[in-house]
Design a protein around this ligand. Structure first.
Ligand SMILES: Nc1ncnc2c1ncn2[C@@H]1O[C@H](COP(=O)(O)OP(=O)(O)OP(=O)(O)O)[C@@H](O)[C@H]1O
Ligand SMILES: C[C@@](O)(CCO)CC(=O)[O-]
Ligand SMILES: [Mg+2]
Length: 338
């Protein structure tokens, strides 16, 4: 039995624009998906994903996605989960040169689903790592990231960047621009996450931005402007001491860029009433800046606030179901005790 875990992430800057080759800076946070894998003799794949809905579900299938189980989970959710896990299994089979390998897979996760914290990437990264190890092959985190990207790209019909999967595999702060992926230094940023209890459909939201961009030059310019502010944010991070608490000035400057980034995402049509309400609640509570994180449409916002004020204010905001502080996760994918 082999268990691996991988962290979720928040975007400091650059989601959506990253899909069109602009740079983005996601940061891994200490909320993890854990995937436990046990090889099976019969070549079948059995998945137990108890966190997929409140009731949980167990599904067994023989390698064919048409072999649909009868469980009480909304069909699109079940379909997507089967696809992500199946894509991870395929990557592991290929990496370990074991095309007929079967597995019992258990997924446990404290990353809310479809909420912008990269639950899909964390599940795929941890899944590929655990499944390859279970077959006696050890991949370095860069290779896990590369394969996890292939898996997300396939499931999301080509609507995926390398950002989420690279960040989850490597941990810490990273910068991604097209195929160029690297880890960067960042001080311990005081992230506060607000979660509206909802979710957005990443593929659909990315497709919406793509359509806007093709229709209007000003929408294409908006995407480029996100790239510009991300580069500015990168310069701020590069000038900061990664071993020191960030100064008020740095937080103000980063926060201003986050606010700008949120406005542009809103203009691109990927915010929502509840995300905007949480962003404003954070700003009014004195956060240095706040924005939605991830694909949007619903889900999570991220704010910078070293004090308890933002978390407290979000706790009293009707649109916010849960507010929590998210520490930067310095470790990416790792082996866990089963
Ligand atoms: N605990 C889990 N068990 C099984 N499948 C999961 C789990 N967590 C996430 N998934 C899969 O990932 C999908 C959510 O991925 P999606 O890309 O839409 O959102 P996200 O990754 O949480 O947010 P974002 O991509 O915006 O950061 C779920 O519908 C499911 O298929
Ligand atoms: C919206 C997006 O930029 C981030 C989703 O977390 C899509 C992607 O980069 O794959
Ligand atoms: Mg995702």
């Amino acid at each position: 039995m082999t268990t691996s875990s991988a962290p979720g992430k928040v975007y400091l800057f650059g989601e959506h624009a990253v899909v069109y080759g602009e740079p983005a800076v996601p940061c891994a946070v200490e909320r993890r998906a854990r995937v436990t894998v046990e090889p099976r003799e019969d070549g079948r794949v059995r998945v137990d994903a108890a966190d997929l809905s409140l009731d949980g579900f167990t599904v067994t299938w023989g390698g064919s996605i048409d072999d649909r189980p009868d469980v009480d989970v909304p069909a699109p959710l079940l379909e997507a989960a089967m696809e992500y896990i199946e894509a991870a299994v395929d990557q592991a089979r290929e990496a370990a040169e074991a095309p007929d390998a079967g597995f019992d897979i258990t997924v446990q996760s404290d990353i809310p689903l479809g909420a912008g914290l990269g639950s899909s990437a964390a599940v795929v990264v941890a899944g590929i790592d655990a499944a390859t190890r279970a077959l006696g092959t050890e991949l370095d985190p860069e290779e896990v990231a590369r394969r996890a990207y292939e898996a997300e790209f396939e499931v999301q019909d080509g609507q995926a960047s390398r950002a989420d999967t690279f960040c989850s595999a490597m941990g810490g702060a990273v910068r991604v621009e097209g195929d160029d992926t690297r880890t960067i230094d960042a001080p311990p940023l005081p992230f506060v996450v607000g979660y509206d209890g909802g979710a957005g459909d990443t593929g659909q939201l990315v497709a919406g931005v793509r359509a806007l961009r093709e229709e209007h030059e000003f929408a294409a310019d908006t995407v480029e402007t996100v790239g510009d502010l991300t580069r500015e944010g990168e310069r701020l991070l590069a000038a900061a001491d990664p071993n020191e608490e960030p100064s008020e000035d740095l937080l103000d400057d980063l926060g201003e860029l986050m606010n700008f980034n949120h406005g542009l995402l809103e203009a691109l049509g990927v915010s929502s009433g509840s995300l905007d309400a949480m962003v404003w609640a954070a700003r009014e509570a004195g956060a240095h800046g706040a924005k939605l994180t991830g694909a949007g449409g619903g889900g999570c916002t991220v704010a910078l606030d070293p004090t308890d004020e933002t978390e407290f204010a979000l706790g009293y905001t009707a649109e916010c179901e849960q507010a929590f502080r998210a520490e930067l996760a310095t470790e990416g994918v790792r082996v866990e005790e089963p």
